[in-house]
Write a protein that binds this ligand. Sequence first.
Ligand code: HEM
Length: 146
Amino acid sequence: MRTASAQAIATVKATAPTLEKHGLAITTAMYKRLFENAEVAAMFDRAAQDSGEQPRRLAAAILAYARNIDKLGALTGPVQRMVARHVETGVKAEHYPLVAEALLPAIRDVLGAEVATDAVLAAWGEAYWMLADILIAAEAEAYATA
Ligand code: HEM
């Protein structure tokens, strides 16, 4: 399991309100990048996507996570829901880098390089992988027992 450094956690907390303000724009930009991969795009329910429902859910999940980054116990319920949905749709460990590579540039697309500096993106990258590792481990367990 990867963990985020204390400095990364502080940066994530400090920038979470800015990301929150632009959360829907960021996740919309993220999906645009992610869905350039047709195989990944086919995993998603297009209706939820086109209504903006799925980008809102992902934005909410990431922001709830940022708010709770130093008390991850608060996230047990939401994590279980994500794991259940991911297992239903066949999400695997190898998909996680694709989301990271779509999400981090999307943050810069929307906020610009002056706000989304290299240090800010690196901090969100650490935070992303900390959550991703929690999901990947839980999903591997769910697949193994299915
Ligand atoms: C840390 C990374 C991730 C987070 C925080 C996250 C979060 C979420 C959330 C909150 C949901 C909605 C669950 C619900 O229905 O309540 C969801 C669903 C889903 N996620 Fe993820 N996810 C992550 C990574 C991934 C990856 C790597 C993939 C694969 C490309 C993926 C594919 C999906 C799919 C296909 C759904 C179902 C969408 C639908 O209903 O159309 N997710 N995820």
